[in-house]
Design a protein around this ligand. Sequence first.
Ligand SMILES: Cc1ncc(COP(=O)(O)O)c(C=O)c1O
Length: 571
Amino acid sequence: MQDLKSNLYGNPHSGCNSSQMSTEAIEHVRFRILQHFNTTLDEYSVIFTSGCTASLKLIAESFQFSGTGKFLYHYDNHTSVVGMREIVTAQSQCIDVMNFELPDSGVSLVAFPAQSNFSGFRYPLSKITEWKEKNDSVFVLLDAAAFVSTSRLDLTKYRPDFVSLSFYKMFGYPTGLGALLVKNTSGHVLEKKYFGGGSIDVSLTSTSFHSFKKKLNQRFEDGTLPFLDIIALRHGFDAIDRIGGSFDDVASHSYKLAQLTFEGLSAYHHGNGTRVAKVYRHGDYVSSDEQGPVVNFNLVQSDGSFVGYAEVDKLAQSYDIHLRAGCFCNLGACQKFLRITDEQLMQNFKAGHVCGDSRDMINNRPTGSLRISFGLASTLRDATRFLKFIEECFVDDAVSMATTQPDEKEKEETACVLKKIFLYPIKSCGAFEVLEWPLSDRGLLHDRNWMVISPNGVCLNQKRFPKMCLIRPCIDLNAGTLTLCHADMDEQVSVSLNSETAVGGITRLKDCVGKVCGDRVSGVDCGDEAAEWLDRALDLQGLRLIHQSMDDQRTNRRLKKGDSDQSRGRA
Ligand SMILES: Cc1ncc(COP(=O)(O)O)c(C=O)c1O
């Protein structure tokens, strides 16, 4: 911030001082990036992109294959690498880089990750030299996005032709900035077609003629660079220097946390001796040369069944633990580790499961897993808190070795009896307890029909505002009212169950829209009296109580899915 306050940085395409300042600062950052990777501008060029994905796409668009050359991509690659196959001009083949046949003729491209973004496994970079020695028309694209976030890639020791990365993974900021590092002697296999501002020496507007700039980075950087973001990188590198060391310290610190977490998770057993976690890994976390600071796992119950990752993730959030869940844009590794065949993946897709949703189990089998990624800012406390969370929530201490089936009498004794029903009329507020209750086509009548929204229209939840649990809603079906009480307040407030009707002076105000569990929800404002009561109850300002419209998209969506009128009844 101080840098921006005291220096005027202009668009780098001009000759004025402010512009020159930016140009010099950008060139300094290019130098600093290469220095970080132990190389120089004589060896590599830095092409700034909007991120690792854009760098990969740039290679796919411009790499010149020849003869019978192929595009070979490793199965354990990020989706952004796999997608390259759709636009490269050569035949594509999915391989295992640890063991495959190099094409013996034609210019080919082999793409693999320095570190798997699924398991954290670090692939041997010595393969690059091995392949290049065997066939110098094989070019290597190293996807270093996951690796460089905690480790320093040494481009003097290993010399891939192309390296893709995103800077937010290294420093957290800036976002939307990445780079493609190109070995200068390999630049000739990239052909640029499109030309944008800044990438040419000359072009004719009415005739098809243009001449690209000679320097690789100038040729491939179209338009104005995000110069302030690039300048911010310098502060990222400075910050690493300031905390007293190098990226090697980040590497060993984060690796030790992952090792400890792996050992802790692996040591947890249920009372009957079965393991609590299945960790997806290639080795035993013996060395950071082979394993990055990542732990990928699923939890298993004492009866051997998996706990869905979405369930673990939700519970973790209530402990303020941030996990990544799903397949992490790496379906190849996900399929391998979770033993999901192509046919099963297609069946899951047809059953409605898509990347990023929360359908964590299909046919009792996990569709993805959970991943912890440690980094520069992670602490020992983070690791121990996570382990404690697992112990508290998922380790079943009971020693249960039941081998015989319960007899009929036992079954009767253990049969479930519904004793009470809890409704939650207002999302994230307290419960309303009843012994019986009518059903509607959306489940329990009036359950989760109201929500509290902030002045900017966002639905409040108990995770962020724990005091919401002190608000006790109470429904009187005969009077047609919802009454709100609070343990520490004498006053109550009532609103009509029917949002179209005015009750106690409350009139329908404006229509509004909120978001609940990712769905757009429209509703009717319940008036000023309820709003002011909520402000006092939660010690906030500008809150509104919203009654969900009966014809909103959530309702419609559920009805479409087949929750028909058959469900009407009484619980
Ligand atoms: C190994 C790997 N490659 C590529 C990417 C894509 O990076 P971005 O989304 O920043 O373009 C990621 C992102 O997580 C990654 O981990």
